[in-house]
Ligand binder design. Structure first.
Ligand code: ZN
Length: 319
């Protein structure tokens, strides 16, 4: 049976989290507090399970790898390449950088590197985030600034509003600041080098470790790319679409569904949907599934074209 697989997320309670995932999306977060919701994940640090249909209760990993041809469009696969998260930053996240595949393979036991993109689902007025270093910064300056506690002077802050998107190639120093609700599509990796954590302590009184040496080496001192390569909003039948990101690891398209849109889908690739606003119905050959704000679905490779009907904002991503 091939059908849109709704996932049960895994919550992470980091110190910077809040309760927006519950207040906005009605998610049942533990103790009313969560920083991250791993929406579509086969990563061993947070395995999603299936919420619907014949695979209900199994892990997504089990379902995907028991039939990689139908699920992933690959005859054999031992790796699920992508990860989708929702992040509720009540407080700011640590300043960090992720390695690329080459660096991670060498220094992190074959983990993947991490290129990611952010879609700003909501932002408080005046919200900012950290995107890269100020132009001209180099390895020596970064290392000194980390060691001297003056890193904030080197950071490139950019203003953020609802609807913005950011593309963060591996090697870009970045931080989500307070008052942001973000959908994140990324390579399936949990390798993060933290360079500054605002001297915070957790509930047990401990500071989180910094990874200065690896961070300085994994950072790319290249100022040629802009924060986002999102395209223009295009009219389509039943709504609008906008390409938010397109890179060698993933593509992300945002749809504003106003009535009914058709997704032309090759049967060689899986897709992932996350609804960031509203409510809609996914109509496919053998039935339909309801998707509302905060819901995520894994669409198996073998599923054919489908339609999304309703009034909703949906992010669709694929390899
Ligand atoms: Zn990151």
């Amino acid at each position: 049976m091939i059908y849109p697989i709704k996932t049960v997320p895994v919550f992470k309670q980091y110190i910077w989290g809040g309760n927006t995932l519950e207040t906005k999306f009605g998610k049942n977060i533990p103790d009313g507090f969560a920083a991250e919701s791993w929406e579509i994940s086969c990563h061993s640090d947070g395995l999603c399970t299936v919420a619907n249909g014949e695979h209900k209760g199994k892990t997504l990993r089990e379902v995907v790898f028991s039939n990689p041809a139908q699920m992933l469009g690959k005859d054999n696969a031992d790796e699920f390449p992508l990860l989708v998260k929702l992040l509720d930053a009540k407080d700011k996240l640590s300043v960090q950088v992720h390695p690329d595949n080459e660096f991670a393979a060498k220094h992190e036991n074959g983990e993947l590197g991490k290129t990611e993109m952010w879609y700003v689902v909501d932002a408080k007025p005046g919200a900012v985030l950290v995107y890269g270093l100020k132009e001209g910064a180099n390895e020596k300056m970064l290392e000194e600034a980390i060691n001297n506690g003056t890193l904030e002077e080197l950071l490139n802050y950019v203003p953020v509003k609802k609807g913005d998107s950011f593309f963060i190639p591996a090697g870009t120093i970045h931080a989500i600041c307070d008052g942001l609700l973000i959908a994140e599509i990324q390579q399936s990796s949990n390798t993060t080098y933290r360079v500054y954590d605002y001297n915070r302590i957790d509930k047990d009184g401990n500071k989180r470790p910094l990874h200065t040496q690896k961070a300085v080496q994994a950072t790319k001192y290249d100022f040629s790319h802009s924060c986002s390569d999102a395209g223009k909003t295009e009219m389509i039948d039943g709504g609008t679409m906008k390409i938010l990101a397109q890179c060698e690891y993933f593509s992300v398209i945002k749809y504003d569904v106003e009535t009914e849109i058709e997704i032309q889908k090759p049967t060689s690739k899986f897709e992932m949907l996350v609804c960031t606003e509203g409510k809609a119905v996914i109509k496919y050959d053998d039935g339909e599934e309801i998707i509302t704000g905060g819901d995520s679905f894994f669409i198996p490779a073998a599923m054919k074209n489908y339609r999304i009907c309703g009034l909703a904002e949906i992010l669709r991503s694929f390899e």
